[in-house]
Design a protein around this ligand. Structure first.
Ligand code: OGA
Ligand code: MN
Length: 285
């Protein structure tokens, strides 16, 4: 007999079905059709699943750009990229196109990061709609930053609780080829090293190895070993969910408590086309 056991601790949903995809984060939601307007009771459960699982995936969707925007808007206002790093769809400039095709390699995101943490008000979350995938290539990995914080010693947690860190787009600006609308990084911004999630009240580590340049009052040289240690702890295999894309997946991550990494195991002969939308967030506190 083949059995899939559901943990006794799972929340019961009435309008959607939710299937956990790893021990730490990620869940598949079914029973939603993003091509149709979603009623408030169903959205409340989607939001519940998002807060519990941090990354939600609705497979098998066939949606138009405006439906992707409408879904994203349930979470917060949809915004473009502040440095213009991605092409937008002609009729829907807030829908960013991540495209890899012959002769044109797609943008690199093969580093652990939280989107636009160098902004004053980084996004609440980002949504990717997989339009075209090459089977088995271009997975995306996610890690749980609540668990990363909770797993630290009390001593390190209390030190980090009182700290802030500077985040900068300088690495993005140095990238070649750089697709940005600016050629100097905007001034670095300061965010708490540990933030409290406005929707769950839980504390999450909020530094990342790509955009965080140093702790406030510390030199980059002093900061790097601690930033590296925190990145290693956050990205332990037990704390990571790796998503294998199928065309039709609509996946959303909570940028306030998740870092992500786009696996670069494809070349320009392996098409990958994603539409991305971004829901605006609050200033971290
Ligand atoms: C992004 C990003 C991941 C991916 O768009 O910010 O990191 O797998 N994308 O394309
Ligand atoms: Mn990203």
């Amino acid at each position: 007999m083949l059995t899939a056991v559901r943990s006794r601790h799972e929340y019961e949903y009435a309008h959607i079905a939710v299937r956990r995809l790893s021990g730490t984060l990620g869940a598949e939601i079914t029973g939603v059709d993003l091509a149709r307007p979603m009623d408030a009771a169903t959205f409340a459960e989607v939001l519940e699943a998002f807060h519990r699982h941090l990354v939600i995936v609705a497979p098998g969707q066939r949606i138009a750009p405006e439906q992707l925007v409408a879904f994203t808007e349930r979470f917060g206002p949809v915004e473009g990229h502040p440095l213009g790093s991605r092409r937008g769809l002609e009729d829907h400039p807030q829908v960013m196109v991540l495209e890899n095709r012959p002769g044109r390699l797609g943008p690199r995101n093969d580093f652990w990061h939280s989107d636009i943490s160098y902004g004053e008000t980084p996004p609440l979350g980002s949504v990717l709609y997989a339009v075209e995938v090459t089977e088995g290539r271009g997975d995306t990995m996610f890690c749980n930053m609540y668990a990363a914080y909770e797993g630290l010693s009390d001593g390190l947690k209390s030190m980090l609780d009182g700290m802030t860190a500077l985040h900068s787009a300088e690495k993005l600006v140095q990238e070649v080829p750089n697709r940005l609308s600016v050629d100097v990084a905007p001034p670095a911004v300061e965010h708490p090293a540990v933030r409290t999630h406005p929707g769950t009240g839980r504390k999450a580590l909020y530094v990342n190895p790509h955009y965080t340049i140093r702790f406030t009052g510390w030199t980059p040289e002093e900061s790097r070993p601690l930033l590296d240690l925190l990145a290693v702890r956050a990205t332990r295999p037990e704390n990571v969910f790796r998503h294998h894309w199928r065309a039709g997946d609509v996946l959303m991550w909570d940028n306030r408590c998740v870092m992500h990494y786009a696996v670069r195991d494809y070349d320009d002969t392996m098409p990958r086309l994603m539409y991305r939308t971004t829901a605006a967030g609050d200033r971290p506190r």
